[in-house]
Design a protein around this ligand. Structure first.
Ligand SMILES: [Zn+2]
Length: 219
């Protein structure tokens, strides 16, 4: 049995190696600020099963370097397989206007370079939809989804994927769009937790793996 972690962050190599011994072979590793981007690209060179992303997290927009957009653009050109994440909007955090402009710039880059995006959204669904609707066909994953059935209905136009780390939202997410994640090191601490999560939620591993490959457009 093999498993994946659809959303985690930069950690020591050992953490990924230990998870691989437990059958968690693939990881989508997000970043939150430009200093992390080359580090995650290096991780991808050292270990197998690392899918990597360049992100500017909404919690950290205030400290972004002025040229972050050029940096992201250069990174995406250098790494054709890099995705964009973690990006998004969080109304429980400050600098919401800056969050909006940073998020929109990320979507422009995703559109220009044809990259998948990994989204963090908390209590800002209307604003998110208003921006995202201007961009068509960006493959989108909502991580640690925290909306409700009504929001899932509204998001349907984007045909998005959702990753979860507990059972709370599993019943309202369409089966063929459901992925699992740990958000480690902050969420479930380590990707090794994935097999137990899948078992606790009584999810079909083969089906999950197929959904993961669909998201990545892998055969
Ligand atoms: Zn995260």
């Amino acid at each position: 049995m093999v498993y994946f972690d659809a959303h985690c962050h930069l950690m020591e190599d050992d953490v990924f190696l230990r998870a691989q011994k437990r059958g968690v072979t693939s990881f989508i590793v997000n970043t939150t600020r430009p200093e992390e981007w080359e580090k995650v690209a290096d991780l991808n060179k050292r270990l197998t099963g690392i899918y990597f992303c360049a992100g500017v997290h909404p919690w950290f927009v205030e400290k972004l370097p002025a040229d972050w957009e050029n940096q992201m653009s250069a990174f995406l050109e250098k790494y054709p397989l890099a995705m964009i994440g973690e990006i998004g909007l969080d109304k429980t955090r400050p600098f919401f206007d800056k969050q909006l402009s940073v998020f929109e710039k990320c979507l422009k880059l995703a559109d220009r370079y044809n990259r998948r995006i990994h989204i963090h959204c908390v209590k800002a669904w209307d604003e998110l939809i208003e921006i995202l609707i201007q961009y068509h066909g960006i493959k989108t994953l909502f991580h640690r989804f925290s909306g409700d059935e009504f929001i899932i209905q509204k998001l349907k136009i984007f045909n998005p994927y959702f990753s979860i780390l507990n059972g709370r939202y599993a019943p309202i997410i369409p089966d063929n769009r459901l992925l699992v994640e740990t958000d480690s090191p902050d969420g479930l601490k380590t990707p090794s937790a994935i097999p137990a999560l899948v078992e606790a939620l009584e999810l079909d591993v083969n089906y999950l793996n197929q959904t993961f490959r669909d998201f990545l457009d892998e055969p």
